[in-house]
Design a protein around this ligand. Structure first.
Ligand code: PPS
Length: 296
């Protein structure tokens, strides 16, 4: 596989039904839209940079009953195919899914309104992880720099404006977290927060186990919390994306496993940016019962 052979670097974003998205991903949209999951498949949904890889490793550990050897057999992006993924020279998410048999874990960043209808009609279980907007914006800014599927992010100030305007891949963070929040009551969905996972990983792991109808054995919970800590995942080749082609993700620019903390935004937002962001945030999030913590 030589993705660099056919890849256009940093193509401008394209769009699906008004949502900006990585150009290559739109090439498989007709297949994604019609994708038929099995009712036993588990959907892992997030806005980018919200803890997808973390929760995926947690879930895989739960389903494999803490067998770290099994979890280290292949990279996280193979264990949990990324539904709408497509890059020249690499298998698409749909191709990976076709090769595996249910029950599967399936990753998506799609906003709720773009999720293939069959996930709702087949009543698949879903785990959504949300992370506070400020840390997502910072994490996304570094990711835009290291992953060349995205347009140039520009300066931090420019990127922050782009983020606030929802002109980044997957569109508005505000609409995404609210869209999925509104769906949670009608579906078999566990809605989690990155900040809660940071605060008390074992408590959140137990929640996931309960949702997946697994008994929360104390030793197993402890083992999973250890294996999925930032420190462990950063050095785990099967979780840290270091096995992904360097031509797409350059960890020398910024590692995928970057800091893994809550509150990093304080190191980059200026006072003026923070004030402007807070005012905009208030308007965007008015009327929702959804609340985030920006520090733990
Ligand atoms: S992606 O590309 O959208 O799928 O990225 P995603 O996995 O959602 O988010 C990447 C951020 O999550 C951090 N991360 C973790 N934090 C705490 N603990 C663990 N175990 C963990 N694993 C990944 C990762 O470092 C990215 O956040 P930042 O703030 O950039 O460090």
């Amino acid at each position: 596989m030589k993705p660099e052979e056919e890849m256009e670097e940093r193509p401008p974003l394209a769009s699906i039904k008004g949502i900006p998205i990585v150009k290559y991903f739109t090439e498989v949209w007709s297949e994604v839209e019609l994708f038929e999951p099995h009712p036993d498949d588990l959907l892992i949904s997030t806005y980018p940079k919200s803890g997808t890889t973390w929760i995926s490793e947690v879930i895989d550990m739960i389903l494999k009953e803490g067998d770290t050897k099994k979890c280290k057999r292949n990279p996280i992006y193979d264990r949990v195919p990324f539904l709408e993924f497509k890059v020249p020279g690499l298998p698409s998410g749909i191709e990976l899914l076709r090769k595996s048999s249910p029950p599967r874990m399936i990753k998506t960043h799609l906003p709720a309104q773009l999720l293939p209808e069959a996930f709702w009609t087949k009543d698949c279980k879903m785990i959504y992880v949300a992370r506070n907007a400020k840390d997502v914006a910072v994490s996304y800014y570094y990711f835009y720099q290291m992953a060349n599927l995205y347009p140039e992010p520009g300066t931090w100030n420019e990127f922050l404006e782009t983020f606030m305007a929802g002109k980044i891949s997957y569109g508005s963070w505000y609409d995404h977290v609210k869209g999925w929040w509104d769906k949670r009551k009608e579906h078999r969905m566990l809605y989690l927060f990155y900040e809660d996972l940071k605060e008390d990983p074992q408590r959140e792991i137990r929640k996931v186990m309960e949702f997946l109808e697994r008994s929360p054995d104390a030793q197993l919970v402890e083992k999973i919390a250890h294996h999925t800590s930032f420190k462990e995942m950063k050095q785990n080749k099967m979780a840290n994306y270091k096995t992904f082609p360097m031509s797409i993700m350059d960890h020398n620019i910024s590692p995928f496993m970057r800091k893994g903390i809550t509150g990093d935004w304080k190191n980059i937002f200026t006072v003026a940016q923070n004030e402007r962001f807070d005012a905009h945030y208030k308007k965007e999030m008015e009327g929702t019962t959804l609340h985030f913590r920006t520090e733990v």
